[in-house]
Design a protein around this ligand. Structure first.
Ligand code: KG4
Ligand code: ZN
Length: 346
């Protein structure tokens, strides 16, 4: 019955979770609002906010679970990847607790944890399963043979899916992070009105930077002829009017293209591996168009589909805790010399 305290601080959410014998008892998340006016996460401000949040966040997670700090058997923390200043706050805090309480430390890879969020609630996928992880920083297809045996078989060569949403939203003049707003406007729009080109990229990798450029040209031409070419036929006023008058259709068409790019690769991965247990993970799996298309593809191709509860899709310590639990069972502990790293293969 290991009691695991987990800490996540890789980007702009400070989160702590208590997990007992593989059950998540608390998953407290403090969001940082300080970045909104900058149109993106400011690393230095994120580190400072983590410093302010970490003690109360850990207290709240322990209180909600009904455990005291001395009850815990191990401390899991996000070791990589992420913003280095943010990672260091959670990492140093976890190491200090490990030393002070004389409890083992478990270093967790953030992307592995996004995948294993699918093992938190029932029904859980059988192994092996495929996972499409889509967040603001990553887009990956992973084969998961067991909780400690995961392999990346496809990933983005440029922007992540979340970035594709956020950068498109920025071109439309929507505030950061624009992904949820595109989702909102897309609900009222016609997804087939504008046909954005699909990138030609071999294998299981993704590319979203071409889509961003085509949206830029499309808007600069304000929906006139040669939609995706660099022509700049419209004035700024025409462009703004075009956006205002067509926002739902533009959002629905962009979302449709991002979703089809993602799902076409998942179909390919399923065919190539023969795996039909298929999961989603990461913040972009909150997107209603993606969820719907994923479920429809599941019915069509006879997949068993899984999507974690929303609180376990965006960055959260619950997913760090469940990964910590499986690493605890496998005896995979770290020592106090373990460093935080901004980028890390796995
Ligand atoms: O996993 P996450 O919370 O943080 C990272 O690790 O990046 O993902 C955040 C990303 C942002 O790009 C945000 O715009 C996107 O997820 N996102 C969405 C939606 N909700 C969050 N994108 C599209 N539709 C949504 N409903
Ligand atoms: Zn993440």
């Amino acid at each position: 019955m290991p009691v695991i305290l987990a800490i996540e601080s890789s980007c702009d959410e400070t989160s702590a979770s208590v997990c007992v014998d593989g059950k998540i008892l608390s998953n407290y998340i403090a969001n940082q609002t300080v970045h909104e006016k900058y149109g993106g996460v400011v690393p230095e401000l994120a580190s400072r906010a983590h410093m302010q949040h970490i003690v109360p966040v850990v207290h709240t997670a322990l209180n909600e679970a009904g455990y005291s700090i001395t009850d815990i058997d191990a401390i899991a923390f996000t070791q990589a990847p992420g913003l280095i200043g943010s990672l260091l706050v959670g990492g140093q805090f976890a190491k200090s607790l490990s030393l002070a309480l004389d409890r083992p430390l478990i270093a967790v890879h953030h992307m592995q944890a996004h995948v294993l969020a699918n093992l938190i609630d029932d029904p859980k996928p059988d192994f092996p399963f495929l996972c499409l992880t889509v967040s603001g920083g990553h887009t990956q297809i992973v084969v998961c043979e067991s909780p400690t045996n995961l392999k990346v078989i496809g990933e983005t060569i440029d922007d992540a899916a979340g970035e594709a949403f956020d950068k498109s939203a920025k071109l439309l003049g929507l505030p950061y992070p624009g992904g949820p707003l595109i989702d909102k406007y897309a609900k009222e729009g016609d997804a087939n009105r504008f046909k954005f080109p699909e990138p030609k990229i071999e294998g299981l990798n993704f590319s979203f930077s071409g889509l961003k450029t085509s949206i830029l040209y499309f808007l600069q031409n304000a929906g006139k002829s040669n939609l995706f070419k660099e022509e700049f036929t419209a004035t700024e006023k025409e462009k703004q009017e075009f956006i205002q008058n067509n926002l739902p259709d533009i959002c629905a068409s962009i979302q449709h293209r991002i979703v089809t790019i993602l799902l076409n690769k998942v179909k390919k991965a399923s065919l190539e591996t023969g795996i039909i247990n298929i999961c989603l993970a990461g913040g972009v799996s909150a997107n209603s168009g993606l969820r719907q298309a994923f479920e429809e593809a599941g019915k069509k191709y006879h997949w068993n589909t899984f999507i974690p509860a929303f609180q376990y899709c965006t960055d959260n310590a619950g997913m760090i805790a469940i990964t910590g639990y499986y690493k605890y069972l496998a005896g995979q502990f770290a020592d106090l010399t373990v460093g935080s790293t901004a980028r890390a293969e796995w």
